[in-house]
Design a protein. Structure first.
Length: 269
């Protein structure tokens, strides 16, 4: 199972923009194209076990990941997540994909100890899939979505948002100029409202180069500090023409790092 960074149907080892003589040349380094029977996959694993147990993934019986914990998109990681923060993807064969989440032995010897979750889906050649996995034990669920890899217009960033919080039936996503603890939350802007559990929102765009705070609230809750379930802000502005998936995970009412609510992101391109 290969792991790649991609732009459309190609992998990116390195991207250099060279400007000279009045024209722009893009050098993507070593490029590997998908074959006619391959697809792409990122796994967004957010099962919030209280012990934050380590797991690995199998596809069609083959181990494809290192050990990782909840809230770690694989491959590539994300923002306010475990792992790195790149747009890496797995190359998979089209057709039936059997996927499993495995708890290893106490000393990882490469063998299965407990199969925590298994599912199967059909992958179409040339498509880019995200498999979102949430909740735990017998109530574990998944959502399979597809990503649009086209670039947004210049000076904007494109997002989608998915609600992966098992005990919050619907979420409002806000983008505000104030911190989550500020007394005045009235300037928060609702960017996507009433997103149901296991639902992916439509795409939306925001200006690039802006530094604000993301917040999630139960749908319909007033714009106060007390209603913020989770928030995220960065010291770095988002670069131009990026594409992200935002996701809410964890459990409302939990306070431990392994299970509390989060608003997090992974980079699509």
């Amino acid at each position: 199972m290969k792991k790649i960074s991609i732009t459309l149907v190609c992998t990116l080892a390195l991207a250099l923009t060279i400007i000279g003589c009045g024209k722009v040349v893009l050098d993507y380094g070593a490029v590997e194209k998908l074959s006619a029977d391959q697809a792409l996959l990122k796994v967004n694993y957010v099962s919030a076990y209280a012990d934050n147990r380590s797991v690995f993934f199998k596809i069609n019986g083959q181990r494809v990941s290192n050990l990782l914990t909840g809230r770690t998109p694989f491959p590539g990681g994300g923002y306010n997540t475990g792992g790195a923060n790149n747009s890496n993807l797995l190359i998979i064969n089209s057709g039936t994909v059997n996927f499993s989440v495995i708890q290893p032995h106490k000393i990882d010897n490469g063998l299965d100890s407990v199969v925590l979750y298994s599912t199967a889906f059909q992958a179409e050649a040339g498509k880019n899939y995200n498999l979102h996995i949430t909740d735990t034990a017998a109530t574990t669920k998944n959502v399979l979505t597809q990503q649009d890899l086209t670039l947004p217009d210049s000076s904007v960033v494109r997002y989608k948002f998915i609600n992966l919080m098992p005990n919050v039936s619907s979420i409002d996503l806000y983008y505000g100029a104030t911190s989550a603890t500020a007394a005045d939350q009235s300037t928060d802007s609702l960017v996507m409202g009433n997103v149901n559990y296991l639902q992916m929102s439509d795409s939306f765009t925001l200006k690039a180069g802006v530094l604000k705070t993301w917040k999630i609230r139960i749908a319909g809750a007033p714009k106060t500090a007390a209603t913020v379930l989770a928030s995220y802000s960065s010291t770095s502005v988002v670069a131009n023409q990026r594409v992200f998936t935002a996701f809410a995970c964890g459990y409302s009412g939990k306070a431990t790092p392994a299970q509390k609510p989060y608003i997090s992101f992974f980079l699509v391109r």
